[in-house]
Unconditional design. Structure first.
Length: 239
């Protein structure tokens, strides 16, 4: 049955993932098995557990970067449900444009494009017109304390922390109902971690759901509505 509850944005059912190491004789590396949880509108679900248990792999499967091994990942799309594991490339790209956004630990952008244009492009992709998109981009960059003199500069020249602020602004620029955050505050100072906490709270109040990982325990404690301990589903023994 594919139906989701009225307030569910994402449901993970009996999810499993195993990598095949082709350069090591086809050895199989199980990552997780039996993972089940859901994310509701206005809720932040944080994946917990030590490094290496499979948290980022779950996020990448939910975003369609990794293939689903077993189980299902169901994504709400209005009156219908998208099965992420079966959506195909076109379906995944459409979902990313309209429904689900992603903030990783690293900024990957087209060289020579200024920071404000990087962020504004994400806002336009979600439906804002050019003027509104640039206004949204400027507001986010200002809130994340990126100096205005850098807005027209390509982010490739920035420090790691400055690049991550652009990355976060790009992720929050759209109007996605679900945002996936993979250690978004790892390279930020306390003030900018606080700004991210505020952005999450504001979007939650508007009904956005979050699936996230955080290295910083204070940030995790302040934003998490529920924590899913991934170590309960992890299996790192090579078969």
């Amino acid at each position: 049955m594919n139906a989701l509850a009225a307030n569910e944005l994402l449901r993970v059912e009996s999810l499993a993932k195993t990598f095949t190491l082709h350069l090591h004789g086809g050895a199989r590396l199980p990552v997780v098995h039996g993972v089940s949880f859901s994310v509701a509108a206005g809720e932040c679900v944080v994946l917990g557990g030590p490094s290496g248990v499979g948290k980022s792999s779950i996020l990448k499967m939910a975003f369609g970067n990794y293939a689903v091994g077993e189980g299902r990942i169901l994504l709400a799309d209005g009156d219908r449900v998208i099965d992420v594991g079966r959506a195909g490339a076109a379906g995944i790209l459409d979902a990313r444009r309209r429904i689900v956004g992603y903030v990783s630990q690293f900024l990957r952008v087209i060289p020579r494009v200024g920071a404000i244009d990087v962020v504004a492009a994400a806002a336009q992709e979600s439906g804002l017109d050019r003027a509104a998109a640039r206004e949204r981009a400027a507001s986010l960059l200002a809130r994340l304390d990126l100096p205005e003199r850098l807005w027209s500069v390509p982010p490739a020249t920035f420090s790691g922390g400055e690049q991550q602020r652009v990355n976060i602004a790009r992720g929050f620029a759209g109007r996605h109902r679900l945002l996936i955050l993979d250690e978004p505050t790892a390279s930020l100072d306390a003030a900018n971690r606080g700004a991210v906490i505020d952005l999450i709270a504001e979007r939650k109040a508007l009904g956005t759901g979050f699936l996230a990982t955080f290295h910083d325990e204070d940030v995790r404690a302040r934003v998490a509505d529920r924590i899913v301990d991934v170590s309960l589903f992890s299996d790192r023994e090579v078969a």
